[in-house]
Design a protein around this ligand. Structure first.
Ligand code: PRP
Ligand code: URA
Length: 240
């Protein structure tokens, strides 16, 4: 089963159909009322393949994640507002532009740590907050252990960095921390999402959009994304 986004991927109402390969037909498109931006590019696909490959070393995994993060953040900033700035080139005055407001970057530890260096390289003026969550292996429920965020996020765009959106529990917990601090413009920047996680975000009704390299088939009985890439934290840093 393969999930494909149709039409305008940047429109707030994206439609997805699911290809059922056994029956060789498409299911009826489901309307998703959340903005889902799938980064569909040959270079992104190549990095994602390296991440999925079980023979990729820890070092190779970190390098591919960093490289793919550059593409995801680039796309996530496509709709960012610019402010006009007057400068002078060596030849004449010039009206240029800069980001009006750099997003707060919030990596979800551990796996999101592998995205933060590249995201900061893209937006050097960005501030960084941290959230630490470990999923309970038995229940797949999020177990938070760290929160280091500014008190007031009014008017500030926030990019949450976490390679995996599985059940959505960890991302929802993070979003609730942000909304409690008045965030109204939240972007989840992920590598792989399960449809279950996308639905959880959508059903939460929170002001969130998703930028992702792939929406995979679903979750297995241990709530791992399939085909997925395994445990993104362990594959960067080793087992906990
Ligand atoms: C992974 C991943 C997400 C979470 C996704 O972290 O980085 O934070 O699982 O799963 P969910 O959508 O079902 O909540 P994990 O708990 O394995 O911790 P780690 O990053 O420290 O390895
Ligand atoms: N966390 C991961 O790291 N991978 C999954 O597939 C699901 C949760």
């Amino acid at each position: 089963i393969q999930t494909v986004a149709h039409g305008d991927r940047f429109h707030p109402i994206a439609r997805t159909s699911v290809r059922d390969n056994r029956r060789r037909r498409w299911t009826r498109p489901r309307v998703i009322r959340m903005q889902v931006q799938i980064v569909d590019h040959p270079l992104a696909a190549a990095r994602l393949t390296t991440l999925r490959d079980k023979t990729t070393t820890n070092a190779g995994f970190r390098a591919a994640l960093s490289s793919l993060t550059q593409m995801l953040v680039y796309e996530a900033l496509k709709s960012a507002k610019s402010a006009v700035v007057e400068i002078e080139t060596p030849l004449q005055p010039y009206t240029g532009s800069r980001l009006e407001c750099a997003p707060l970057l919030v990596p979800v530890l551990r796996a999101g740590l592998g995205m933060v260096e590249q995201a900061v390289a893209m937006v050097p003026e960005a501030h960084v907050g941290f959230v630490g969550i470990a999923r309970d292996e038995e229940t797949a429920q999020p177990v938070p252990y760290l929160e280091s965020l500014p008190d007031d996020l009014s008017g500030l765009p926030v990019f949450v960095l976490d390679p995996m959106l599985a059940t959505g529990g960890s991302m929802l917990h993070t979003i609730e921390l942000l909304v409690a601090r008045n965030a109204t413009d939240i972007t989840a920047v992920c590598v792989v999402a399960a449809p279950e996680g996308v639905a959880a975000l959508e059903n939460s009704g929170h002001p969130v959009r998703l930028v992702v390299a792939s929406v995979d088939d679903g979750l297995d009985e241990a709530a791992y994304i399939v085909p997925g890439l395994g445990d993104a934290g362990d594959r960067q840093f080793g087992p906990r």
